[in-house]
Design a protein around this ligand. Structure first.
Ligand SMILES: [Zn+2]
Length: 274
């Protein structure tokens, strides 16, 4: 596994969209159907689709458009159903509700997961820094570090993935060479603290409770999951793709104490469920 592989999956844009798609396709095979994501004529996958849809029998692969069991969902690049672009901002579709996605792991991916000791708390302080919205999704290293320190003082094991500029001190590092391997590892955690984005969709897909730092960019009602605590700092979502003082203020309004309180709620629930 080279460093390039780590960079490659972390830099992939739109993984969250692929995970949303797997949620939309849930249960199709049981109904004797396969979901075709496209415009009704052509299945339109993007560069992340093959990786996220691998082994998923609910989803039709490109080239099978004419087969009898096809059911179309018009969800593809440029037609994401939950938003519409308006200049430099997104307009959110407030009617949209996500269903947790699904990842079907291969044996070697499950073997990798078993090599990681379960029961840790995953903290992800990085956001996709190359995206213009990154600053609007960044809660800040000092606050993530404070959460990590408090959780460790309570006796929890805390880990983060190996990629990214922001590295916390005192936490374990997980080296996962692909997004799928990262999710296989994430499935071994008991909870996660994450920014809104691909990994929060991933946490939902592998059934991991999470505290998700939404801030003011996107409304949790549109892309948040019921099993997560989604924190906005009290802001109305603006959808701005540019550096936004309102989003900055929203992130600043989310305190370490608020994140810790949400984390404790999930950790207690986890203990009761065994
Ligand atoms: Zn904003």
């Amino acid at each position: 596994m080279g460093a390039w592989a780590v960079e490659f999956w972390y830099l992939s844009v739109g993984i969250g969209d692929q995970l949303l798609a797997t949620g939309m396709a849930r249960g199709a095979r049981e109904r004797g159907k396969r979901i075709a994501f496209g415009d009704g004529k052509k299945i339109r996958w993007d560069k992340n689709s093959p990786e996220i849809f691998r082994k998923n029998k609910n989803i039709a692969i490109p080239g099978t458009e004419r087969q009898a069991d096809i059911e179309w969902i018009p969800f593809y690049t440029g037609n994401r159903l939950y938003n519409k672009q308006d200049g430099r901002r997104w307009i959110w579709n407030m009617e949209f509700r996500p269903t947790p996605g699904e990842i079907f792991f291969a044996d070697d991916e499950l073997t990798f997961a078993r090599s990681i000791m379960s029961g840790f708390i995953l903290i992800e302080p990085n956001v996709p820094w190359w995206k213009s919205v990154a600053a609007n999704k960044n809660w800040g290293k000092a606050r993530y570090q404070a959460v990590a320190d408090q959780l460790r003082r309570q006796g929890h094991r805390v880990a983060q993935f190996s990629y990214g500029e922001v590295r916390l001190s005192g936490v374990d590092v997980i080296y996962a060479g692909s997004f799928r391997l990262a999710l296989a590892a994430l499935a071994r955690s008991k909870m996660a603290v994450l920014p809104e984005g691909g990994l929060h969709h991933g946490a939902a897909a592998v059934g991991v409770p999470a505290v998700v730092l939404f801030g003011g960019f996107i409304p949790p009602v549109v892309t948040g999951y019921a099993g997560h605590t989604n924190l906005t700092g009290g802001a109305e979502a603006c959808g701005s793709m540019s550096l936004c003082s309102h989003c900055r203020a929203a992130m600043d309004a989310i305190s370490v104490e608020e994140v810790m309180a949400a984390a404790q709620t999930h950790l207690k629930a986890e203990r009761f469920c065994g």
